[in-house]
Design a binder for this molecule. Structure first.
Ligand code: NAD
Ligand code: AKB
Length: 315
């Protein structure tokens, strides 16, 4: 059977790269990218404007295009959701429930929905945070992701919905800039290192957070979606590990290639968000269930980021 795939939030940091990766596997014609932008403004032969707050429009797009699998990425991230709590909750929750209901009614076969390390809170053990560690999030984003995970599990248990999820750490990429997250500093720092030779970080020098290079995240997503359903023991969302570093450590890695690069620190409201999250993640369940293994460490990622950004920025 040919898969017909819908990606929401496809113009975002993950969506832009996931759409290309899915199209390499399934063909451009079988992967419909959607986002809130007008069609005329988007250079993509298989794109449609789709507001995920519009359940009727979603249902129409799914039936008109005979969609079988949805990668639902549209969301509001941690820093922005702290500014617009109610809007963040509505966007992150309503849209997920719309897709879960479509799967319950057998209109689609499979859903991918990303969660985040943000589901954990200040009471969670910080180091090597386990799959089922205490998760009492204190951000709107974290609350919405934790609630979403529990809804996914509920729809799976109660209605047999095949919904799969990963708790991504902060994702680092060079193709599309991130939008409104607390881990965005770890992308901005590479741009500023090349463009300005210095960076003022909005987190303090020793704030360790779990992170991952985008290539690993895309591979993990596709591997999870292609895994045998009977191997999956987690239907909330899988912990996934790759890297853990502080602003000071990433700066030192950049200085290996740009010796004059300077970093300074001016923590803002995002510091409290970062302080409530784990510093590193235990992903032994994902390793055991579907063989997850990251490929990029801090050194390899920094080489890839600087090399690709030099070309992109003409440096
Ligand atoms: P992003 O902010 O880069 O992209 C989100 C996209 O959603 C944007 O293109 C935006 O235009 C679109 N969007 C917003 N409102 C919409 C609406 N009403 N209808 C349709 N589209 C709408 O986000 P991202 O970093 O690509 O994240 C994608 C998913 O992955 C989110 O669920 C996010 O919580 C999750 N996640 C991301 C990271 C990360 O580091 N990037 C980490 C953990 C989890
Ligand atoms: C954010 O910082 O909000 C995201 C995330 C870790 O979910 N990058």
């Amino acid at each position: 059977m040919t898969h017909k795939i819908l990606v929401t939030g496809a113009l975002g940091q993950i969506g832009s790269e996931l759409t290309s990766a899915l199209r390499e596997i399934y063909g451009v014609e079988n992967v419909l990218s959607t986002d809130i932008q007008q069609k005329e403004k988007v250079d993509d032969p298989n794109y449609e404007k789709l507001d995920v707050m519009d359940a009727t429009q979603i249902s129409d797009v799914v039936s008109q295009n005979k969609i079988t699998i949805v990668y639902h990425l549209a969301a509001m991230l941690s820093a922005t959701a702290e500014k617009y709590p109610r809007k963040g909750w509505d966007l992150n929750m309503e849209s997920l429930l719309t897709f879960l209901d479509l799967a319950k009614d057998k209109k689609i076969n499979q859903i991918y929905w990303p969660s985040s390390i943000a589901i954990f809170g200040p009471e969670t053990p910080k180091q090597q945070t386990e799959q089922n560690a205490l998760a009492i999030p204190t951000t709107v984003y974290g609350i919405s992701k934790r609630a979403g995970e529990l809804w996914c599990n509920y729809y799976h248990e109660k209605f047999g919905v095949d919904v799969r999820s990963i708790r991504y750490p902060g994702l680092i990429s060079w193709k599309t800039r991130p939008g409104g997250g607390t881990t965005d500093y770890a992308v901005d720092i590479y741009y500023q290192a090349l463009e300005e030779g210095k960076y003022e970080c909005f987190l303090s020098e020793n704030s360790a957070l779990p992170m991952m290079y985008m290539d690993d995240a895309i591979r993990a997503t596709i591997e999870l979606m292609q895994a045998d359903a009977d191997k999956l023991t987690i239907r909330t969302s899988y912990n996934l590990n790759a890297l853990s570093f502080t602003p000071k450590e990433i700066a030192a890695e950049i200085q290996k290639q740009i010796p004059d690069f300077e970093i300074s620190y001016k923590p803002d409201f995002r510091q409290a968000i970062a302080d409530s999250w784990p510093a590193s993640i235990d992903d032994s369940v994902a390793q055991k269930d579907w063989g997850w293994k990251p490929e990029f460490d801090l050194e390899k990622m920094t080489e890839a980021m600087l090399e690709n950004l030099k070309v992109k920025l003409n440096k």
